[in-house]
Design a protein around this ligand. Structure first.
Ligand code: ATP
Ligand code: MG
Length: 217
């Protein structure tokens, strides 16, 4: 049986102000692929994953998430993906409201988020009335991780998720990730390959908007 295709990106070109930020990018992701995506600052990694999520219109080429166009079927596509952005979004809701929102929009019980938060050493009960944007950088990250894991998605996209985490929190995160007990795929953007050793089974290296290396580990 062929592997189940989760992402099909073919010959993707994306320009910003006349500059080719994605230059003929072709990446195909099967269920079970755990990708470490690497490359220098400005290589186009964030632009690629944001295009996959339908945040950007691409100039040419094609992107499909489980056969769906991420722009035309945005809501459906976003339901399938847990995304942690490189910079936490400036959410004004307090933590309780945010959990309610996630529960309503993605059928994720807040009790499950609280469990994951606890596993990340985040005392969520003490933070309920605080606006999300007033949490510390690491606390925001932990909460976003807890939400991402609780959603039990098929595809996880983490854009440098550990930048603000202390070493212990990083350990917790890797442990939780490796403990996911159902078929899924992960794109993990990182500058430190040693970070994802043991978690990744594929490495994609980008430079100047191109995939310059794509190898199984
Ligand atoms: N919204 C935008 N408008 C204009 N230019 C953009 C925009 N987003 C990204 N770029 C440009 O696209 C190029 C690639 O940026 P991108 O954020 O994808 O890089 P990256 O590989 O994620 O880098 P980093 O490791 O620093 O996060 C950069 O030259 C950046 O300035
Ligand atoms: Mg980036």
């Amino acid at each position: 049986m062929p592997d189940k295709k989760i992402v099909e990106a073919r010959n993707v070109v994306k320009q910003f102000m006349g500059e080719r930020v994605l230059d003929d990018v072709t990446i195909s992701i099967d269920l079970g692929d755990k990708i470490a995506m690497m490359g220098p600052n400005g290589a186009g990694k964030t632009t690629f994953v944001r295009s996959m999520l339908g945040f950007y219109h691409i100039d040419s080429g094609k992107i499909q998430i489980e056969g769906l166009d991420p722009i035309k079927s945005r809501t459906k596509v976003l339901k399938e993906i847990s995304f942690i952005p490189q910079l936490p979004p400036p959410v004004k809701l307090n933590v309780a409201e945010l959990l309610e929102y996630v529960e309503r929009s993605s059928d994720t019980p807040s009790s499950r988020i609280a469990e994951e938060a606890k596993a990340m050493d985040l005392d969520i009960d003490a933070q309920m009335q605080k606006p999300f944007f007033k949490l510390s950088g690491g606390m925001k990250q932990k909460l976003l991780i807890a939400i991402a894991l609780a959603r039990k998605s098929k595809l996880f996209v983490f854009d440098e998720p550990t930048a603000n985490l202390d070493p212990k929190a990083r350990e917790h995160f890797y442990k939780l990730l490796s403990g996911i007990d159902y078929p899924h795929s992960t794109i993990f953007i990182t500058h430190r390959i040693e970070e994802v050793e043991g978690l990744a089974n594929r490495k994609i290296y980008m430079d100047l908007g191109k995939v310059v290396e794509d190898e199984r580990l």
